[in-house]
Unconditional design. Structure first.
Length: 274
């Protein structure tokens, strides 16, 4: 069959993909000039800038509450590699607060940010498994299909599970928490970050809220099914976890804190399987 040039929307998408990389290179060159300086440091790419780009979702509910892990933040996104305060926090946590680079271990990373995935893949001791509801989106990471409410892995299969900013998208979130607990080895742990409202005692959720506009108004984003309050940790405890909240500002485990441009409110939520 003779080759046919793409037509219509397909041709447009092909052109857009071809232009994406040179556009990104040009954009990064401009940002490097605009933001040059030494006030902020990116642990992923090693670049320093006077400040980082503003980043995140503007939503009234996020402005109204003391939110960590979501919302709009100033000086949050690296102009060079695009890392955000959330992903930098986890890189630093694994490097400084765990022994993840020592000894053989099996790790499940659910719907990962690729920057962190690439860091973990550099550790030869880690048997890294990428899981996603839509694995084709992570074909470069050899993803397998994973629904966090019903994962096909054996009991006590993983030493570490990373499931960040996933649970707020899952209707049966406590089912997912129990499933993560099931597949963890005794003594293992899961990193379970979510957008968290620090001034709400109780999670806001209503199954009858299905419209995108309603969800954004109540939960901050159209694809969120709830806005977690401080009872999030009680949910994890009901699933069987011992919960640790590790904050670099409060626990003072990160030197030169200010240059990493992190969110002072955001804890690393470490759920231990006893």
């Amino acid at each position: 069959m003779p080759y046919a040039e793409p037509q219509g929307p397909e041709a447009k998408n092909t052109v857009m993909r071809a232009l994406e990389k040179p556009f990104r290179r040009l954009r990064n060159q401009i940002f490097r000039v605009m933001y040059q300086g030494r006030g902020c440091y990116c642990i992923y790419c090693g670049k320093t800038y006077r400040k980082f780009l503003h980043h995140g979702v503007r939503a009234e509910v996020f402005r109204r509450h003391r939110i960590s892990g979501s919302g709009y933040r100033k000086s949050a996104r690296c102009p060079n590699c695009g890392s955000t305060h959330r992903t930098r926090l986890l890189y630093l946590f694994f490097e400084l607060r765990t022994s993840i680079g020592n000894g053989a271990l099996r790790l499940l990373h659910v719907s990962p940010k690729r920057q962190l995935a690439r860091v973990l893949l550099r550790h030869e001791n880690i048997d890294y498994v990428c899981g996603a509801l839509f694995p084709d989106d992570f074909a470069d990471l050899n993803a397998v299909k994973v629904d966090v409410r019903d994962m096909g892995f054996p009991d006590q299969h993983f030493h570490v599970v990373i499931c960040n900013h996933v649970l707020e998208h899952v209707r049966e979130d406590e089912t997912a928490m129990r499933e993560i607990h099931r597949i963890l080895k005794t003594g293992g742990y899961a990193i379970l970050q979510v957008p968290l409202a620090h001034d709400l005692a109780t999670t806001q959720e209503d199954p009858s809220v299905v419209g995108k506009r309603e969800r954004k108004a109540i939960y901050g984003q159209k694809d969120h099914l709830r806005l977690y309050g401080l009872d999030y940790f009680e949910r994890l405890e009901r699933a069987g976890f011992d919960v640790e909240r590790d904050n670099p500002f409060r626990n003072q485990w990160l030197p030169d804190l200010e240059r990493h441009c992190l969110d002072e409110l955001e804890d690393v939520v470490v759920a231990h399987k006893r």
